[in-house]
Write a protein that binds this ligand. Structure first.
Ligand code: NAP
Length: 330
């Protein structure tokens, strides 16, 4: 292939402005690739809604999610990554002078690239109970960092038993007079350190083996109806805020007909963060993986960028690892 691409064509377009995406951006830019990252226009990286990250190595005192992502971005821009606010909607395989490439159709514009890195993350799962949709922004929230301060000296409910529910419940105790954590089982999924802190916190009480049946309130949330699963007894819990942390759904709709997804909609990759489709790589929470953390997303992002670099160099016929070019393009 000709060394020189048409001006509008990128070596790699990275979809998603979270830890996976920006780390891919840092590596791609440092590798000399012409790289563009699309940050969601209406969506934000979930990590920016986390008030404190304590387990990212090298930052022993912890750091806010927003600040950490801003630092990733500053670092990527320093090395020449281009960014824009746009949201990918679909992908199309195209050919540029017989060279395979991808067209990314986004909300505002269409972009062309030899390789694409999907780092689109996840979104908060909903409970799907009456009153949930109607009260979003009126007491129902998916972000304690954003909305917690509105509940000073008020009673709130947290739903879920994972790391997010526990971490956010602990954060809410800085404001709320009482935090009732409703979990559908009698034990928590969250990491032991978070469980221990929550159990020691006098403001947190647990409703075990219980599920929310309805969120009630005229305009704003006033209470939730809770069913105790073993007894089937339904009771009303007063609360002005309902914080829902019942897991995640992957933002993989643009890729659903192109790359292999697992049964839950996560992108399946190999160890080199290659997907089932040549030229599409994936990183971070949107991929099928055991552990969704900032540090693992960053690792994925670095690997995906390096894989993309090898793929692009092989396409351009200037790979240092020439012996494996054919395998890499497949
Ligand atoms: P998660 O680990 O999937 O936990 C979701 C929780 O919600 C589970 O306890 C689950 O119950 C419950 N749940 C699911 N559907 C429900 C429903 N319809 N009704 C009631 N409860 C329901 O999700 P997450 O806590 O958001 O964490 C997501 C990922 O981010 C995890 O990998 C986590 O480790 C990571 N994370 C890490 C940190 C940290 O390291 N500090 C902080 C936040 C998140 P069951 O337990 O019964 O399935």
């Amino acid at each position: 292939m000709a060394e020189k691409l048409p001006d509008h064509v990128y070596d790699v377009v990275i979809l998603g402005g979270g830890p996976g995406g920006f780390t891919a951006g840092i590596y791609a830019a440092r590798a000399g690739l012409k790289a563009l990252l699309l940050e969601g226009e209406t969506s934000v990286s979930q990590i920016t809604a986390t008030d404190l990250i304590e387990n990212y190595p090298g930052i022993p005192d912890g750091i806010g999610g927003f600040e950490l992502v801003e630092r990733f971005k500053t670092q990527a821009l320093k090395f020449g990554l281009e960014t824009t606010r746009d949201e990918a909607k679909s992908l199309l395989r195209i050919s540029l002078d017989n060279v395979p490439a991808w067209e990314v159709a986004a909300e505002n514009k269409t972009y062309a690239a030899l390789a694409v890195i999907a780092a689109t993350g996840t979104n908060w799962r909903r409970l799907g109970v009456p009153g949930e949709e109607a009260h979003i922004g009126k007491g129902v929230s998916f972000c304690a960092t954003c909305d917690g301060p509105f509940y000073r000296n008020r009673e709130v409910v947290v739903v879920g038993g994972g790391d997010t529910a526990l971490q956010e419940a602990l954060f809410l105790t800085h404001f709320a007079s009482r935090v009732t954590l409703i979990h559908r089982r009698s034990r928590l999924r969250a990491a032991a350190i978070l469980q221990e802190r929550a159990r020691k916190n006098e403001k947190i009480r647990f409703l075990w083996d219980s599920v929310v049946k309805e969120i009630r309130g005229k305009e704003f949330v006033e209470a939730v109806l809770v069913e105790n699963l073993p007894s089937k007894e339904v009771s009303q819990v007063s609360a002005e805020g309902v914080f829902i942390f019942v897991g995640l759904t992957p933002n993989t709709a643009p890729f659903s007909r192109i790359v292999n997804l697992d049964e839950n909609g996560y992108i399946v990759t190999d160890q080199e963060m290659k997907t089932s489709e040549a030229g599409i790589f994936a990183a971070g929470d949107c991929t099928r993986k055991l552990l969704r953390q900032v540090v693992t997303a960053c690792g994925d992002g670095a690997t995906a960028a390096f894989s993309a670099q090898l793929y692009v160099e092989a396409l351009k016929g200037r790979s240092y690892l020439a012996f494996s070019d054919e395998a890499r393009i497949k």
